[in-house]
Design a protein around this ligand. Structure first.
Ligand SMILES: [Zn+2]
Length: 315
């Protein structure tokens, strides 16, 4: 793989995969195609007449109940977050994804399968500079005692806290720096999780119909029902970081800031983003090559970051 943080990337070759969906239980196929610079991530619903295209963008989020759904003109794609997290973690900026159903397959409930398919597709550097968003002023979005906030930082950091009244989950906190820990190793394999009584309730409402121990970490009142147990001792909070990155990826660009989330979820992630993005002065858009002092993943301290001024000011 040729990788250079400051540049846009697509995949080298077409790849495909298929699997069952969490909420509908249906089997759906995905085909990934290389896409030109500045294309972003787009889904094409090939099962519908006219094969409508949807941009994976936070503006297009139409539902956040249990998963993030994007939709335009009544056409939607559900449960995009684990795929978006994989694209973000693998630095794939531009890709066209053909999908023949309304929901992205759940696979094992993590980003693992998407990482595998993107690795198979390879990474192609496109010779066009990326833009990144740097937070310039602290910002908070609250909902009761839950919140998401961000403070300026020269790197992407996510500090997430969850608090569930269950002895195996309880209060978990993870502070994760994008540049110092490997997304694939530390975050991507963390599975979505749920509680048996909630799963039963959801299924009675026609949700999580494809839910099983194959695609989620499930707890009853006392224990983990999955035979293999946890992948990480704090797998639940790691999955929340994964979800957050997937929702953040809907900005369409790398972000620099220290994000802190407390008892949040897809709805709060999205409301936070929508509110932040309309606040003039709270962030700037840069080309990474012009951003002094920034720390980016998987690169040595790049010489191109030194002593240069922002080329693109605030939107
Ligand atoms: Zn998730």
């Amino acid at each position: 793989m040729k990788y250079e943080y400051g540049m846009q990337h697509t995949i080298e070759r077409e790849v495909s995969c298929s699997g069952s969906c969490l909420h509908s239980g249906a089997k759906v196929s995905l085909r990934f195609f290389p896409a030109p610079p500045n294309y972003g991530v787009r889904f094409r619903r090939v099962d519908l007449g006219g094969s409508p295209l949807l941009c994976a963008h936070y503006h297009n989020v139409v539902d956040t109940q249990l998963a993030t759904t994007i939709g335009v003109n009544g056409v939607s794609v559900r449960t995009v977050e684990h795929l978006m997290a994989a694209l973000y973690g693998m630095s794939v900026d531009n890709v066209l994804i053909e999908i023949n159903g309304p929901e992205v397959p759940i696979f094992d409930g993590s980003s693992s399968a998407f990482i595998d398919i993107l690795e198979e597709g390879g990474l192609q550097q496109q010779g066009v500079a990326r833009q990144c968003l740097r937070v310039e002023r602290p910002f908070i979005y609250r909902d009761g005692d839950a919140f998401v906030k961000v403070t300026p930082s020269n790197r992407l950091q996510v500090s997430y806290t969850i608090d569930f009244p269950h002895k195996l989950v309880g209060n978990q906190r993870l502070s994760w720096k994008f540049d110092s820990m490997d997304f694939t190793r530390t975050i991507a394999r963390a599975r979505t999780f749920g509680f048996l009584k909630d799963v039963q309730k959801m299924q009675s409402r026609g949700l999580a119909l494809g839910g099983s121990l194959e695609n989620a970490l499930v707890f009853d009142d006392y224990r983990v029902l999955n035979q293999e147990g946890f992948r990480y001792v704090d797998e639940c909070v790691r999955h929340k970081v994964l979800d957050f990155l997937g929702d953040l990826a809907l900005t369409g660009m790398p972000m620099l800031g220290h994000f802190r989330a407390y008892k949040a979820g897809h709805a709060l992630h999205n409301r936070f983003l929508k509110d932040l993005m309309v606040k003039p002065g709270f962030y700037s858009i840069y080309i990474p090559a012009t951003l002094p002092g920034a720390v980016f993943p998987n690169t040595p301290v790049p010489s191109f970051l030194r002593g240069m001024q922002p080329a693109i000011k605030q939107l």
